[in-house]
Every structure is written in C-alpha cells, then in structure tokens.
Ligand binder design. Structure first.
Ligand code: R5P
Length: 284
C-alpha cells in the first residue's frame, strides 16, 4: 500500500500506478494548538506500507514520522519510506563550528520508523549513510530530457558546476545527442551571492540545456542563464530533478531570459513536467 504525505500526493499516485499497489486514503488534520495528526482509516494488516513523503519543510518531516508510526499501528508488516525530495540533505556537514550535521539528525529520526529508505538524487549520495536502516538513492536525471523540444539546435548540456556534470551527461544521453560541459561556481556563504565562471565551450547560436539537481533560490541557474545570454546562446532551457523554486526564483529565471524551466514531480510545482516515480518504482 502506498501512503502519501500531504505535499507528495501526485508523486504517490504516480507511484501507485507504476507499482500497481493500492493508494491509501490519508486524513491530515491539526489540533487547535497547531500539532499535526494524520489518520489511516483502513487497515494494512500483513502488507508492505510505502510512506511517500518529500520532506520539504518541518511540517512534512513531522507528518512523515507520523505516517510511519500510523502504518505500524494499522498492522503493516514492513514500512518502506520514499523521500522523493529529502529535506536538509544539503546540510550534510557542519559548515561552521557549532552547527549540527542536519541531514544526519533528520536521517536518524526517520530511521526509527522504517525498515528501508529510498530517496531521489540527494545533493550528496553519502547522506544515505546517515540512516540507521538500509538507504538507497536513485537517479532520475534520465527523465529530464523528456519535456525538451525535439528540435534543439546543436545542443549543449551544461551543469552550473562540476558536481552536477553527471546529471548533464545523463540528461544528454536521455535526449540522444549533444555536447556536455560545466561552469565553475563560487558561492559567498555570507551574502548567498553566486559567481559563475563560464567554460570555453562556444554557445553562440546554440540551444543550451542547463541541468542541476535542485533549483532552490534560483541564483545559480539565473546567473548561468545570464552568462549564456550575454554570450549569444540561442535559447536556454533549465531543468532539474527538484524544482524547489523558493521565493522569486522563477521571476529571476524569467528576467535572465530563460526559454523554459522543467523539473520532476519530487516537488509538486507548475514546472513538474515529468515524473520520477518510474525510477523509484523500479527500485521498490
Ligand atoms: C549546489 O551545488 C546545488 O547543486 C545547486 O546548484 C544549488 O543548491 C542551487 O541553489 P540555488 O538555486 O539557491 O542557487
């Protein structure tokens, strides 16, 4: 049985269809003091329960823990937790003295209620080691090519930093043709400002596809789009696995001159054009 978190209902429905497993009806409520309470009205005695929750904020984290516990309460024989988007995964080390390793803290908490974890393209796959139960990451970059137009002009698949080049290569392979390259990126951790250093790859009159794991504030991608437009790229498409798109990210991308923005459904946004559910279904 597939048990959706409140913010992950479309992904859970897609996963239920892919796996041919039953989709559980969940009631999400709050007490007057603001505390969450979820409810699974149907028993799942002896069945595997798959909790599907992108832990996009603190509320989603609490609900994920509650759904794991509720699944056991109604008799699940095994609880698998799918985190299409794992929140706090980018805090995978204490960057400054006195900070926690937040992804470890979250992973430990989520481990208490599950037998196994599957997550999609965490920023660093090593976060899987923070779980106390078996945890696997799957790669959804292969589906990022699906929404792209078929007639890209001499396409260049580009990542905004070296760390994401594998995603660009996988997206290019999914598209079937094109070069790959990466920019250099520096971030000032105090101001959050991004400095992009372009590569030597010629972009004039070419269609460029920028590929990354996540668009959060949109600074990385909008700075990259600006650099490409200044260098006379024909069209710049932006695609990512996790379209967080916090605050004014979409506006920043539009002002920079992006042709289109695409993402998967690990986070349910207007740009979630393609589903990562088949990749998770294969791992399940
Ligand atoms: C970091 O290296 C990641 O791969 C992303 O590039 C980054 O997290 C995107 O963040 P933002 O959209 O805030 O620039």
């Amino acid at each position: 049985m597939i048990i959706p978190g409140a913010d992950t209902q479309a992904f859970a429905a897609a996963l239920a269809e892919e796996t041919d497993e039953r989709l559980a009806r969940v009631e999400y409520e709050r007490f007057p003091d603001g505390e969450h309470v979820v409810r699974l009205p149907e028993a799942v005695a002896g069945e595997r329960a798959v909790v599907v929750a992108s832990t996009v904020d603190s509320d989603a984290h609490v609900q994920a823990l509650q759904l794991q516990d509720a699944a056991r309460e109604v008799g699940a024989s095994e609880v698998v937790t799918v985190l299409p988007y794992m929140g706090y995964a980018r805090q995978d080390e204490a960057f400054r003295a006195g900070q926690p390793v937040s992804s470890r803290a979250m992973a430990r908490a989520l481990s208490t209620g599950t037998d196994r974890v599957i997550t999609v393209n965490p920023h660093e796959p090593a976060v899987c080691d923070f779980f106390d139960v078996p945890a696997t990451d799957v790669d959804a970059a292969g589906v990022l090519a699906d929404p792209l137009p078929e007639n890209l002009e001499d396409p260049l698949f580009l990542s905004p930093d070296e760390g994401a080049i594998d995603l660009a290569v996988t997206a290019r392979d999914g598209y079937g043709e094109g070069e790959t390259d990466y920019f250099e990126k520096d971030r000032d951790y105090d101001s959050g400002d991004i400095q992009i250093t372009p590569s030597d790859a010629p972009v004039g009159d070419r269609d460029v596809v920028l590929v990354d794991d996540i668009i959060a504030t949109g600074s990385t991608m909008s700075e990259s789009v600006e650099v490409l437009m200044e260098r006379d790229a024909q069209r710049v498409f932006v695609t990512c696995v996790h379209p967080m798109l916090a605050g004014n990210a979409l506006t920043k991308l539009s002002i920079a001159g992006v042709e289109a923005v695409y993402g998967t459904d690990t986070l349910e946004r207007a740009v979630s054009e393609v589903s990562a559910a088949p990749v998770v279904a294969a791992e399940l």
